[in-house]
Design a protein around this ligand. Structure first.
Ligand SMILES: Cc1ncc(COP(=O)(O)O)c(C=O)c1O
Length: 402
């Protein structure tokens, strides 16, 4: 029997008592993925990207594993919530905040101010933090991290690859912002971050697209070489302005490449734990699908097609087919091109459809990692042939941060 058939049997029997739709995490797959990420990081710690997990029980489990240290959070209210609950005492908020209330809470709470670092990339951020902190009764210094633009720019700006994030790009930009931080007694410069989305988040082995694969690999090689030099220069000049506790870089798709740069002290990553569909197309690693959701088969409209209830759980990003969930088990099903994944029902086409009956279940994978948890309030955790425990997602705890 194929591995996927065995997995299907295992998942079906472990969850026979549950009514779909529901979501599960296969703990053995999650552990194997974590171990593979740790090996790829070659001794550098991985700061866990919480947006890619969005479940406190699993964040706790991963932080207890070898190789993971600290959290890369996605909002300041989330970071405050995690710190207050004792999940972690080293939380970097990966994106700037304009939440004055949360900033005032941060500055007013000594434990939170010691545990949490917020992201900045311009003097306006510094002003906003200082102003909000002034509202606290007894403000504590706020730890900040400078976000560096890790994008690739060529042909005098006509070619751009990477996320539009920070205006801080050169060693001079970084040194000037570092000096502005050091000059403000209410702020502490704790670290630098440079996230190379065009390498870490773009698969270099897209299925059935050899020309695109060549173009992606070429661009990633050029970008990686440019960034390694620029990142090292930036780190050196900022270290001459202030000591740095950490230099964060990379993501699931670039762990081994980013970790190889001497200037980088830690990797920020999380998606590889659930191994969603968008991370299937990398040459450097192959994770095991760990997060799945089950839908019930509710109709059989004709030969070679079944219809499942629900399923329209699209991922963020450019609005194209890559963001759709994908049928996983049984093998041999595909989405209908016209209908995609629907708000209330999803037709699935293929030879396997004729072997499915009403009331059976189909298993799908989300395109991205933690966003799945915005659709489900619980995750059923599977070990071997059984659900060993059921834990709330962020949503299940009433927390929808974004
Ligand atoms: C700042 C930052 N670091 C790292 C990552 C990588 O996270 P993951 O490994 O979950 O893709 C991301 C993803 O968007 C990010 O925004």
């Amino acid at each position: 029997m194929a591995v996927t058939d065995r997995d299907r049997q295992r998942y079906d029997s472990a969850t026979a008592h549950l009514e779909p739709p529901f979501a599960v995490v296969d703990l053995a797959a999650l552990r194997a993925n974590a171990a593979a990420m740790t090996r790829r990081a070659a001794g550098k710690p991985i700061r866990l990207a919480s947006k890619s997990v969005r479940c406190r029980a699993l964040i706790d489990q991963v932080l207890r594993m070898d190789g993971f240290r600290g959290i890369l959070a996605f909002t300041l209210p989330e970071a405050l919530w995690l710190a207050e609950r004792g999940t972690c005492d080293d939380i970097l908020v990966g994106y700037p905040t304009a939440d004055r209330t949360a900033l005032a809470r941060l500055a007013g709470d000594p434990a939170a101010a010691a545990a949490i670092t917020v992201m900045v990339d311009c003097p306006e951020h510094l002003d906003m933090i200082e102003k909000a902190a002034a509202g606290a009764a007894e403000p504590h210094p706020v730890r900040v991290c400078i976000d560096i633009d890790a994008g690739y720019v060529a042909l005098r700006g006509r070619l751009r690859a990477g996320a539009r994030r920070s205006p801080v790009r050169t060693p001079g930009d970084a040194a000037a912002l570092a000096a502005a931080i050091v000059a403000r007694p209410g702020l502490r410069l704790a670290g630098l971050m440079a996230y190379e989305a065009q390498i870490a988040g773009v698969g270099d082995n897209p299925a059935g697209q050899p020309l695109q694969a060549m173009a992606i690999r070429y661009l990633q090689r050029k970008s990686g070489a440019e960034l390694a030099v620029r990142r090292a220069e930036i780190v050196a000049v900022v270290r001459s302005v202030a000591p740095l506790e950490f230099v964060n870089g990379g993501g699931t798709g670039s762990v081994e490449k980013t970790a190889a740069e001497a200037a980088v002290t830690e990797i920020g990553a999380g998606s590889g734990l659930y191994q969603p569909r968008l991370f299937d197309s990398y040459r450097g690693f192959r994770g095991q699908p760990a997060a799945l959701f089950a839908l019930p088969v509710v109709r059989r409209p004709g030969a070679g097609v079944i219809t499942a209830l629900g399923g329209g759980y699209l991922a963020s990003g450019p609005g194209n087919r890559s963001r759709l969930p994908g049928p996983y088990l049984p093998a041999g099903l595909r989405l209908d091109r016209q209908e995609g994944a629907g708000e209330v029902q999803t037709p699935l086409i293929g030879a396997a459809a004729d072997r499915l009956r009403i009331g059976d279940r189909v298993w799908l994978r989300h395109a991205k990692a933690g966003e799945l948890c915005e659709r489900f309030s619980e995750l059923h955790l599977i070990e071997d042939n059984a659900v060993v425990t059921t834990v709330p997602t962020y949503r299940g705890e009433g927390k929808t941060f974004l």
